[in-house]
Ligand binder design. Structure first.
Ligand SMILES: [Zn+2]
Ligand SMILES: [Zn+2]
Length: 456
């Protein structure tokens, strides 16, 4: 069977995994997983999973919260079947950071007899476990405790290395168990974060298409459709989120996993992450440097998605002065740029300067070429910007679920938002509308627009 946008719309979640598909985009897509179970009571399937892999001594990885939520239940299930096991439990007074220390603790817990990794949690615990799975060759199973982020089945882990948030290649989990009875008891902010991460796919998909037009970047319409359908599923049930209906919670989890599948199909996070994620990553770094308690990833992404909506809807009406853009590009001042990186990124500046030295991001010739491509394809780009979801469209969805709408609602101050508009495009080497604004010399203008917008 050949994958096309039409075909993937009808596929059930388990039909995407474990077999190779050829796709309309010309590539083959494959996801090396065995099972995804999203249903009430899914945790009980763990015994079958352990038996299937012949595990005699699994390692349970949890933190003090997730241990209470599902770890205890897991242990009693294992005890009742006389399955010996060991556990590593992070004591988390504040949020766990996936850094060198956390990774070290986990690798020390892996013993000679460990034959399976079972992560009980979402987010950071998944990222750590999937990375250790890659390093050790041990299979990983995830028991999700909250539908809070889309990384359950992505083959990259977001780790904090030398203070810089870094995407690192990791192993896919073999099985994900999403027990709806457990997921629906997750704290409200985590469920809303999952929704926020899903809402971010709107601008992520537009950014991906934008980069295809400007940079001729690889784009797979089928994979983009998987992601778009996943958002639609969440939005269809939006009224059930506040009530925590089984269907609404299961659909958010399903959506998060489907975008993970989309990411794995193309081996990058394009179907799930664009400018809204870059803005969010910048906020996250500033919180870390300032010693502030981290916000949930999807909480930020939901809010930055509204900003992305505002940026796209404004650009849809933009009249670009290409002569001015070319002049600005020619006058690019590399040393001023470097000073800015040091000023705005603080401890993370070294990592960014190192990356920039190899990826050619400030090459004036390349920028001039892109400006030319934007000029040639301006009608198509404007048309694309008009298809992007507007800020008010996204706000209405989030309001319905009771999610925060403005940076200030979650403690992100106006200066951080302002600086992120100026500098977030440097977080990753990935072309989004923020890069296009920079190419066109419009960064400052749009920063002011967002400065005003968030006051409303
Ligand atoms: Zn494809
Ligand atoms: Zn995300």
């Amino acid at each position: 069977m050949k994958l096309t946008p039409k075909v993937v719309k009808k596929m059930k979640i388990n039909e995407f995994i474990g077999k190779k598909f050829s796709c309309e985009c010309g590539r083959e897509h494959y996801m090396d997983m065995n099972a995804i179970v999203i249903e009430n009571g899914a945790i009980n399937k763990i015994i079958d999973v352990i038996n299937k892999y012949g595990s005699k001594y699994p390692l349970i990885i949890a933190d003090s919260n997730t241990y209470k939520v599902a770890g205890e239940m897991l242990e009693s299930l294992l005890d009742s079947e006389n399955i010996a096991h060991k556990e590593v439990i992070y004591q988390t007074k504040c949020s766990l950071v996936p850094d060198e220390e956390a990774m070290g603790k986990l690798i020390l817990a892996v013993g000679d007899n460990t034959d399976l990794l079972i992560a009980v949690g979402s987010g950071v615990l998944n990222d750590l476990t999937k990375y250790i799975s890659r390093r050790t060759g041990l299979k990983a199973v995830i028991i999700a405790t909250a539908p809070s982020m889309d990384g359950f089945v992505s083959d990259t882990s977001a780790l904090t290395i030398d203070n810089l948030k870094t995407s690192v290649s990791c192993e896919l989990p073999k099985v994900v168990l999403g027990d709806v009875d457990i997921l629906k008891q997750a704290p409200e902010r985590m469920i809303l974060a999952g929704l926020g991460d899903m809402i971010g796919k709107y601008s992520a998909l537009t950014d991906w298409k934008l980069s295809e037009i400007i940079n001729n970047e690889y784009y797979c319409a089928t994979t983009a459709t998987i992601s778009a359908e996943a958002i639609q599923k969440c939005v269809d049930n939006i009224n059930g989120v506040k009530k925590r209906s089984d269907a609404a919670i299961a659909n958010i989890m399903d959506g998060l996993i489907r975008t993970g599948i989309a990411m794995s199909y193309v081996n990058n996070s394009r179907p799930a992450s664009g400018c809204e994620h870059h803005l969010s990553h910048y906020w996250e770094m500033m919180f870390l440097f300032q010693g502030k308690e981290a916000l949930l990833h999807g909480t930020k992404v939901g809010i930055t998605s509204i900003l992305a909506g505002k940026i796209y809807e404004t650009f849809a009406q933009e009249k670009v002065d290409f002569t001015a853009a070319i002049r600005k590009a020619r006058n690019f001042d590399a040393s001023k740029w470097e000073d800015n990186i040091k000023q705005f990124y603080g401890k993370a500046a070294a990592g960014i300067l190192k990356a920039a030295a190899t990826d050619n991001r400030n090459c004036i010739e390349k920028r001039l070429e892109r400006i030319e491509t934007i000029r040639t394809n301006f009608t198509e780009i404007t048309k694309l910007a008009k298809t992007a979801k507007t800020a008010s469209f996204i706000e209405n969805i989030m309001k319905c679920a009771g999610a925060p709408l403005r940076p200030q609602d979650v403690g992100v101050d106006e200066t951080t938002v302002h600086n992120s508009m100026l500098m977030a495009k440097e977080v990753r080497q990935r072309y989004t509308i923020l890069n296009m604004l920079s190419d066109l010399g419009l960064t400052e203008k749009y920063t002011e627009i967002i400065d005003d917008f968030i006051k409303k």
